[in-house]
Design a protein. Sequence first.
Length: 118
Amino acid sequence: VQLQASGGGWVQAGGSLRLSCVASGLTFSSYTMGWFRQAPGRERELVAAINWSGAHSNYQDSVKGRFTISRDNAKNTVYLQMNSLEPEDTAVYFCAARFFSSAEYAYWGQGTQVTVSS
């Protein structure tokens, strides 16, 4: 199984970025997909998750109304559209996959750096 995340970069506060994560080696439509982030000196935290069909998603309170998670099962890809970015969003962002009936994220991508300057 491989999860390949991309789309990170540097942006000024108020800007936007779109992260992508392409999955291979698994039946993508059987997995809940999540985006996590980890800032220096902080624990990894769940930012957003989307269920296998894309019908249901949930967000961390700090990103509600600014970030949107979506997926394209035909392309084995999950996205995170990030708008109105804030310096506090600076972190390494990881995508992860959790089998729909499991409580644990079993597969992780390599991470992509997002840096937001004030």
